[in-house]
Every structure is written in structure tokens, then in C-alpha cells.
Design a protein around this ligand. Structure first.
Ligand SMILES: NC(=O)c1ccc[n+]([C@@H]2O[C@H](COP(=O)([O-])OP(=O)(O)OC[C@H]3O[C@@H](n4cnc5c(N)ncnc54)[C@H](O)[C@@H]3O)[C@@H](O)[C@H]2O)c1
Length: 337
């Protein structure tokens, strides 16, 4: 059992990172969270406006590739665990420009691993089921499934996973990897399918669906993922844990459910040319984390999608700030840099 007290969360201004930082501050009373984020287009500090004055939350504007900064932060805050969310995360962008994906996802992870190694810090890499590639109609990804990524995004995540494993194997470091299925919930950047769909439906705009919309993903409500990461960080002895919701849905099912909840017509759906190399099906076998650590998802898809639609409807100002680009200058405007 690990009891980390001073946790460096990287990428804590992104979708899952924000939810994780809030969970730590709300549910784990005795931890300090140092949140390091480069605030790329995907980083949004307005999501944490209610936590910025919290003494147990320190925000550091910085890049995970900056080794000197990482060493300083680790020393000054006596960091005893790193949870690495920081990444370029959008597959479409990785097809348009793969380089930054390698720079951040691979070299950034390497820089973090070096700091963790030098200061004897536990390291948890937040990875993805996409490293396993694509499934046919049958079968599930287990922790034993061969890594076979298909997109530049998933290739960069897989490369990072290999580095993490190599640091554990070679240097005896305390390293962990979680590989989670698709997340959804509050604070997700609206280039991703679910918030894009909700926002377009609200505005009566067309909702683009790649190909035939029959790609299958295993959806997990974001807070369930955050709880799984905490379980792995504090309790896991093994290195790799898959995390999934056992909620296989086609993209068309998901969009249909959102439109029904919003009282909108399916005529808003517009089929567009498929993404090159689009993986057909991901499905997670999460039996290891369930049997070894007692983690199970607590939010069903029906409940989670209802809560997600309600959250975006109740937080239109958040969405408007993101789509207008106003969120980009928030840190400088309010905190002076
Ligand atoms: N979203 C999902 O469904 C999902 C599923 C499984 C795993 N993951 C993984 O979880 C992690 C978080 O995903 P997300 O959806 O919250 O991503 P996101 O794109 O919403 O957030 C990424 C965050 O990382 C920050 N960042 C990017 N480059 C950085 C750098 N060089 N230095 C410091 N910070 C940097 C961004 O500013 C942003 O705040 C990623 O590693 C992703 O691969 C995501």
C-alpha cells in the first residue's frame, strides 16, 4: 500500500486531469497536488477556478519536457508520486501533425521518468486501450494482449508505455501503467465526439459522424477512471492495469442517445468521410483491476450520459469560453503569467 502525500499531476488542466485534481482535493484530505500543465489548446484552467486558491493545490505553468523545471518542482515540493496525464490526445491532430505527439508523449514521458528515477518517485503513466490496436467483432484487450498501435497518437502512447516498462525493468523503479477505454463527462474539450455532439445539437448544427458510425468504443464515465487510477497508485503491485466500463456502444448509438436526451432529431447527423486508418472496435477486459483491486465502475452508461448532457447544458458559459477561445488567456489575465 502506497500513501503518497505530495503528488505531481501533469496535464491537470486537461479533461481527465481536471477531474482527477478535483477528486484528490475533494476526497483525499491529506494530499498536496502540484499540477503542472503547459496550457496548450487542450489545457483550460477555468475548469479549476474553484480550486486555484486551495492551499493544497499548486499550479505550475510548465512543460513536461523541461527537465530542470521538473527537478526543481520535485525537490521543492518533496514529490513522492507522479501521475502523468500530460499528452497530445486527439487522434485527428496526430494524423495532421505527428511530430508534437512524439515530442510530448514520448520525450515528455522520458523527462518525467528521469526525474522520478533520480528522486525515487513512484510513477504512474495514464495510458490508453488504443495502444492495443483494433479488434474484430469478438474478443477483448487484456493486459497480455500485444501492443499494436495504429495511429500516430496511439503509437506515441505505446512508445511511452515501453519506456515506462523499461525504467521499471532496468532501474527497478516503482512504475505503473493504466490503459483505459474512452472517457466521457464534464470538462472535455469539444473537439471530442461527445461534447462536440452536445454543443452542435444545442446550436442546431450538423453533427459529423465518421464513415458508417459503426465503430465500437467501450465508454467509461471520467470519475470512474479517476478512482481507478487512485486505486492503482495506492494499492497495485503489478505494473499494468486495464480500465474499462464494459459499455460497448457504436458511435451512432452514442450520438443517438445524446439526441434523444436533448429532444433533437437524428436528421442533424451528417455522415462524413472516415478517418484514415480508423480503428473499428476497442473493448476492454477489466477483470484484473476488478479482482485484484476491487475496482468496478459505479456509473452506468445511461446514467453517465444523462449526467454529461445535463452538465454541458448547465455550463454553457464554460462551453462558450472554450469555443470562442476566451479560455486561452485566462491564466495570464487572472494570475499574471
Ligand atoms: N480522453 C480519453 O478518453 C482517454 C482515454 C484513455 C487514456 N487517456 C489518456 O489520458 C491522458 C489525459 O487525456 P485527456 O483526454 O484529459 O487529454 P487532454 O487533451 O484533454 O489534456 C491534455 C493536457 O495535457 C497538457 N499538455 C499537453 N502537452 C503538454 C506538455 N508538453 N507539458 C505539460 N502539459 C501538457 C494540456 O495542456 C492539457 O491540459 C492522456 O495521456 C491520454 O492519452 C485519455
Amino acid at each position: 500500500m502506497r500513501e503518497p502525500k505530495n503528488i505531481l499531476v501533469t496535464g491537470g488542466a486537461g479533461f481527465i486531469g481536471v477531474n482527477f485534481v478535483k477528486m484528490l482535493l475533494d476526497e483525499v484530505p491529506d494530499v498536496k497536488v502540484v499540477n503542472l500543465d503547459a496550457l496548450t489548446y487542450a489545457g483550460n484552467l477555468t475548469s479549476l477556478h474553484d480550486k486555484m486558491d486551495e492551499p493544497r493545490h499548486v499550479f505550475v505553468h510548465g512543460d513536461i519536457r523541461d527537465s530542470d523545471l521538473l527537478s526543481r518542482v520535485a525537490r521543492e515540493h518533496s514529490i513522492d508520486a507522479i501521475v502523468n496525464f500530460a499528452a497530445e490526445s486527439h487522434v485527428d491532430r496526430s494524423i495532421e501533425g505527428p511530430k508534437v505527439f512524439v515530442e510530448t508523449n514520448v520525450l515528455g514521458t522520458l523527462a518525467l521518468l528521469e526525474v522520478a528515477r533520480n528522486a525515487d518517485i513512484t510513477f504512474l503513466q495514464v495510458s490508453t486501450d488504443e495502444v492495443y490496436g483494433s479488434l474484430g467483432d469478438e474478443g477483448y484487450f487484456s493486459e497480455e494482449t500485444n501492443v499494436k498501435p495504429n495511429s500516430p497518437y496511439s503509437a506515441s502512447k505505446a512508445a511511452a508505455d515501453h519506456l515506462v516498462h523499461s525504467f521499471k525493468h532496468t532501474f527497478g523503479m516503482d512504475c505503473l501503467i493504466t490503459r483505459c477505454s474512452n472517457n466521457y463527462g464534464p470538462y472535455q474539450f469539444p473537439e471530442k465526439m461527445i461534447p462536440l455532439c452536445i454543443n452542435n445539437a444545442r446550436l442546431g448544427r450538423k453533427i459529423p459522424i465518421y464513415g458508417d458510425g459503426m465503430q465500437v468504443r467501450d465508454w467509461l464515465f471520467v470519475t470512474d477512471h479517476c478512482h481507478a487510477i487512485w486505486k492503482v497508485l495506492t494499492e497495485a503491485e503489478d505494473e499494468v492495469f486495464n480500465v474499462g466500463g464494459n459499455n460497448e456502444k457504436t458511435n451512432l448509438d452514442v450520438v443517438g442517445a445524446i439526441l434523444a436526451l436533448m429532444g433533437k432529431d437524428e436528421s442533424l447527423i451528417e455522415f462524413v468521410e472516415d478517418r484514415p486508418g480508423h480503428d473499428r472496435r476497442y473493448a476492454i477486459d477489466a477483470s484484473k483491476i476488478q479482482s485484484r483491486l476491487g475496482w468496478t465502475p459505479s456509473v452506468t452508461f445511461e446514467e453517465g450520459i444523462r449526467r454529461t448532457v445535463a452538465w454541458y447544458q448547465e455550463h454553457q458559459a464554460w462551453m462558450d469560453e472554450v469555443t470562442s477561445g476566451e479560455y486561452l488567456g485566462y491564466y495570464e489575465r487572472v494570475y499574471g503569467g
